[in-house]
Ligand binder design. Structure first.
Ligand code: CTP
Ligand code: MG
Length: 229
């Protein structure tokens, strides 16, 4: 079976506040997106890569658009324009994935240092029969649920919690059907869960953290320097 990957890179990066969309912010001279795409390109059985870019930057081969400099798209990769919310961007990307792929991964460009083996674990779990698989890490803080007044309504057992990352992987037709259902959810796995499918958590990696704030960008810079990249 073959794998399609949607890399969502269409967000504005308002919390980073860098003046360019976050996926095009430079890390050691190359856009965050370039690191994510490099890893995706090394994935075995890769058939289809779709990058979802901000509308203003959705024409990568336009040499006049300098934001794409340093991004090496694998041959056959497609760029489509994203939408207002992440789910709109995923939907746009999903529509452009080669329909012969049986597994599709959705990955945040902002999780630019996610190691290849995280991708491989996700694909493997879907191949073994899960409708979906997401990388996750144990939660270190105690988590509370609260009501609108801030009164604590529950304390879930920490051992049963995972903080999830991307890439999130699914049988392609399961994700396509979930997106076609009209339901909405904050993450792709939640949407598929709501459609009644089993989604499993596989081991994530601290390096799959999402670059959200300037501190995160500094952390990514330090990690790259340490790795000699
Ligand atoms: N994303 C997207 N389309 C959107 C919103 C987000 O493709 N309309 C992508 C981002 O480019 C990012 C990933 O989804 O790779 C995770 O989103 P987030 O970290 O929230 O990125 P931004 O929305 O760009 O950042 P912010 O929320 O700070 O504006
Ligand atoms: Mg956002």
């Amino acid at each position: 079976g073959s794998v399609g990957v949607v890399v969502v890179a269409a967000g504005s990066g308002s919390r980073l506040g860098a003046g360019v969309p976050k996926a095009f912010v430079r890390l050691h001279g190359r856009p965050l997106l370039a690191y994510a795409v490099d890893t995706v390109a090394r994935l075995p059985h890769l058939r289809s890569v779709v990058v979802v870019a901000p509308l203003d930057h959705a024409a990568p081969r336009d040499a006049a658009d300098p934001v794409w400099e340093g991004v090496e798209l694998p041959s056959g990769a497609v760029v489509v324009a994203g939408g207002a919310e992440r789910t709109d961007s995923v939907a746009a990307g999903l529509a452009a994935v080669d329909a012969t792929c049986d597994v599709v991964l959705v990955h945040d460009a902002a999780r630019c240092l996610t190691p290849l083996d995280v991708f491989e674990r996700v694909v493997e779990a879907v191949r073994r029969g899960a409708a979906g698989a997401v990388p996750g890490l144990p939660v270190v803080d105690t988590v509370k649920s609260v009501d609108a007044e801030g009164v604590i309504t529950g304390t879930p057992d920490r051992a049963s919690l995972r903080a999830v990352q991307t890439p999130q992987g699914f049988r392609r037709e399961v994700l396509a059907t979930a997106y076609g259902s009209g339901l909405r959810a904050t993450d792709d796995a939640a949407l598929v869960e709501r459609c009644g499918h089993h989604v499993v958590v596989v081991a994530g990696d601290p390096l799959a953290f999402k670059v959200t704030t300037p501190d995160d960008l500094e952390r990514a810079e330090r990690l790259l320097a340490r790795a000699g990249r």
